[in-house]
Design a protein around this ligand. Structure first.
Ligand SMILES: [Fe+2]
Ligand SMILES: [Fe+2]
Length: 292
């Protein structure tokens, strides 16, 4: 399915990413990246520098020693995580309420942040499968297409959640009914416009399609991370043995068993509580009826 012209225009008119983010994206694929150079880029922005230092010393990343130098923080975190931090800041600045998705202002970026943390836990858990660190970036922005979709969902259009309930269809099917495209393909087009590596674009574009054949590790990670983020937000525990067949397939390809999935969920919940505290976000009660 192709994206309608008016929505393509909206993607074309998107505001560019901050320069620091653009520079880091270019460095993502570079194995020989000079971390001193990355630290220099970060140090141009005081707010980002303090965030980077705080994260490097947080529960998710903290090591034996306390870090005070940006360069050491960059070494500890890695380029992909730095990009995550910058993108979270950018996504927060773009936040909008998405009533058609039953999402409040903070829900969308928090869901991405939770998925990014879940991806990090997945990379750790799937020791037998080599997963690129960029899977955390792909997970962070996997639902970014919704930012464009909400601009085209008119007030008189019924909630996508209601359409899903009434017709017993999935969210992407409801989106296609209303807008002739879905948030995954729109998100893929946005990532392309922002010059993200193709592996990230695919992780976004295909995250609601069952991978064919052997799948792609980044795509499988995004799918598992999305599921974990939803479970953590709803407060639900799911026995790894009773996962949706598509998610179970992704776990199998990543060599993650039921126990491993449970660990990823637990770790993500702890890291997310830490992140919410860092950003001063309330730990609200799980809202029913969110569709993702
Ligand atoms: Fe999605
Ligand atoms: Fe999602």
């Amino acid at each position: 399915m192709s994206i309608p012209g008016n929505i393509l225009d909206g993607i074309e008119r998107l505001e560019p990413l901050p320069m620091t983010v653009q520079k880091l994206i270019l460095m993502l694929d570079d194995e020989e990246v000079d971390l001193a150079e990355v630290a220099q880029i970060i140090e141009f922005d005081g707010a980002i520098t303090s965030n980077v230092l705080r994260l490097a010393n947080s529960a998710a990343f903290g090591g034996v020693s306390y870090i005070r130098e940006t360069r050491n923080a960059v070494v500890r975190l890695g380029t992909a995580t730095l990009l995550d931090i910058l993108l979270i800041g950018h996504l927060r600045s773009m936040r909008v309420a998405a009533p058609h998705y039953n999402l409040s202002e903070d829900d969308l970026w928090l869901h991405g942040a939770a998925a990014s943390l879940a991806a990090k836990a997945t990379v750790k858990e799937a020791r037998r499968t080599r997963i690129s660190q960029v899977a955390t970036v792909a997970s962070l922005i996997h639902d970014i297409g919704k930012l464009i979709m909400v601009r085209y969902l008119k007030a008189d259009v019924p909630s996508l959640y209601d359409i899903c309930q009434e017709q017993n269809i999935t969210l992407v099917e409801a989106e296609r009914q209303v807008l002739d495209c879905d948030h995954a393909e729109v998100g893929g087009a946005m990532a392309r416009k922002w010059c993200f590596p193709e592996s990230i674009v695919q992780g976004i574009e295909l995250h609601h399609q069952a991978p064919s054949g052997d799948g792609l590790p980044i795509l499988d990670t995004v799918r598992v991370a999305n599921e974990v983020a939803k479970l953590v937000a709803s407060g639900m525990e799911v026995d790894g043995a009773h996962l949706h067949p598509d998610i179970a397939d992704s776990c199998r390809r990543l060599s993650i068993d039921g126990e491993g999935f449970r660990r990823i969920r637990t770790t993500t919940a702890v890291w997310l509580a830490d992140l919410k505290a860092r950003y001063g976000v309330e730990n609200g009660s799980p809202a029913p009826g969110r569709v993702r």
